[in-house]
Design a protein around this ligand. Structure first.
Ligand code: ASP
Length: 538
């Protein structure tokens, strides 16, 4: 009864009001169709979102396939001619022989079917003023064709080489991050360690482990080169062909007589002008300045040091955020870099240097999987599988850019975010490592030096091999973390053991691939040491 009376007491207006409220609440509850579509889309995207490291790995594989498919034809050449100030081009393919005569000097040179690189290099060497006197006669079957007024001779690019700028853009984006990131994180790192003794201890420990891993790497390289003896497996014919093809390029790499002066090396760590060091990207000088600056900040009044530290912390955070943004295009950059490299790569040469490559690659695998696993497990108290998984992105970027410096921002991100190394440690250990620790490069230099000596018939005794260890450690410290410098430092090692430095011509053809691989080892080595040092300071 009570119920009924209550019910009847409600007016019509009340009913309408409560119905409105009900509809309103339904409206809030039920989403519009658009919202439904949006949330369904989010759901699908979340489920289907491929992790970045898988995207990068896919980009590597697809890029390699794309590059192999759109391979640069090794039997075609593009002759660019200058006729009455106008540019014309003639494509020549599948020649039986190609005779280049220099009418001014009355000399001629004959090239054959597989000599594409030799021809391109030959023309690169001719000064522009002499090109007028050059005439080429192409013989194909019973036909021949004469070509004059040549200005350049080049390979014919494909779709895969055309996308190279995307990769270059990616490398440039990462490279410009490196120096501000290193400066900012080192200053903040050094200032926050405060205790100068602790900083000294970390510095000494880091340096000692870096040197030890490098020495182990060269020893592995030397042992493999002596056991496998790749140089004794090269025929005279292959030797002459390689020397002919890369003679010019090797001369360009032998810039001057390089001598190692240890005193000079240490003196040069102190920059005369830190801004100049930053402009030139001299990492060792930058590291010195930033650490000194950071430590000194702790000596001045807090009132003055605090805003500076806060400023550099802001710079470092911004740089790290920039890495995140840049990494969004990593799959495209990696794809383009790998595609262009593979497309442009002369695969024929691989088979001639297969034993040499085998020794280097085996050494890099041993160093990376055994030495670093040991370091990470016993000194870093970290599971090696977790370590390698955490490093996937940095390794893929190192492989595709061949530059530890360009990879540095990504290495820092992996080590800090995935492994949990404190910023104080990684900010100090990793930039230093990118500069002075190049285990992969040192290992490769060990194999290469013995290989070249073997081909030339030099017998390297224990004294020479020890010289290789010493010079390669120093070369690894002095090698700039950018593509292809390892081979230039190799010249220094060859000179130290009195092997003709022109010998680098033998290995230039495969240097690009090995550079990619050794950079992966370089970067992984830096990270492994960071993990070990961090554990020691916990
Ligand atoms: N590309 C190597 C690096 O950046 C150096 C080298 O071996 O050439 O680590």
């Amino acid at each position: 009864m009570f119920f009924v009376s209550c019910h009847i007491d409600l007016s019509l207006d009340d009913y309408i009001q409560s119905f409105d409220d009900y509809i309103q609440s339904l409206d809030n509850y039920i989403q519009s169709p658009d919202d439904y579509i949006q949330s369904f889309y989010n759901y699908i995207m979340k489920r289907k979102k491929i992790p970045l490291h898988t995207q990068i790995l896919l980009a590597l594989i697809l890029g390699a396939a794309f590059g192999a498919f759109f391979n640069v034809d090794s039997n075609k050449l593009n002759f660019i001619l200058q006729i009455n100030g106008e540019e014309q081009s003639i494509v020549v393919g599948n020649w039986d022989s190609l005779v280049v005569s220099n009418k001014a000097e009355n000399v001629s040179q004959v090239f054959y079917g597989n000599d594409q690189i030799q021809i391109v290099n030959y023309f690169k060497r001719i000064p522009a003023s002499d090109l007028r006197a050059i005439e080429v006669v192409v013989h194909k079957g019973s036909k021949s064709q004469a070509i004059g007024n040549i200005s350049t001779v080049e390979k014919i690019g494909t779709m895969a080489t055309a996308i190279r700028p995307v990769g270059t853009l990616f490398i440039r984006l990462l490279s410009f991050i490196a120096i501000p990131l290193v400066i900012a994180s080192l200053i903040v790192g050094a200032a926050s360690i405060k205790d100068i003794k602790k900083l000294g201890r970390i510095g000494m420990k880091t340096f000692a482990i870096y040197m030890a891993t490098t020495a182990i790497a060269i020893t592995i390289g030397l042992t493999l080169a002596n056991v496998i003896a790749p140089g004794n497996r090269v025929s005279d014919e292959v030797k002459n062909r390689l020397m002919g093809t890369f003679r010019q390029e090797s001369k360009e790499n032998i810039v001057k007589d390089m001598e190692i002066d240890i005193t000079d090396f240490f003196v040069n760590i102190v920059p005369m002008n830190p801004i100049d060091a930053m402009g030139k990207g001299n990492m060792l000088q930058i590291v010195f300045f930033a650490v000194f600056f950071g430590v000194t900040l702790t000596f001045i009044r807090k009132k003055h040091s605090k805003p500076i530290i806060r400023f550099f912390r802001g710079v470092s955070e911004t740089m790290i955020k920039m890495v995140d943004v840049i990494m969004k295009i990593a799959p495209y950059g990696v794809f383009a870099l790998i595609a262009a490299t593979i497309a442009d790569f002369g695969f024929d040469i691989l088979s001639t240097l297969i034993w040499y490559m085998f020794a280097v690659v085996l050494g890099l695998i041993l160093q990376t999987s055994l030495v670093y696993s040991f370091l990470v497990k016993f000194f870093g108290k970290t599971n090696p599988i977790k370590f390698f998984k955490s490093m996937r992105n940095a390794q893929a970027i190192a492989f595709s850019t061949s530059s530890s410096a360009a990879t540095l921002p990504v290495t820092m991100e992996c080590v800090e975010q995935n492994i949990g190394v404190p910023k104080q440690i990684s900010g100090f250990v990793l930039p230093l490592g990118a500069t002075i620790n190049m285990d992969g490069t040192a290992l490769y230099q060990g194999v290469a030096a013995v290989f070249i000596a073997q081909v030339y018939g030099f017998d390297l005794g224990i004294a020479e091999q020890l010289t290789i260890v010493l010079t390669a450690v120093l070369a690894s410290i002095g090698t700039a973390p950018v593509p292809g410098v390892g081979i230039i430092m190799l010249v220094m090692i060859l000179q130290a053991i009195h092997v003709p430095p022109e010998g680098i011509a033998l290995i230039l053809g495969v240097d690009r691939v090995l550079d990619m691989l050794r950079t992966v080892t370089n970067v992984t080595g830096d990270a492994a040491v960071a993990v070990a040092v961090a554990e020691g300071e916990r």
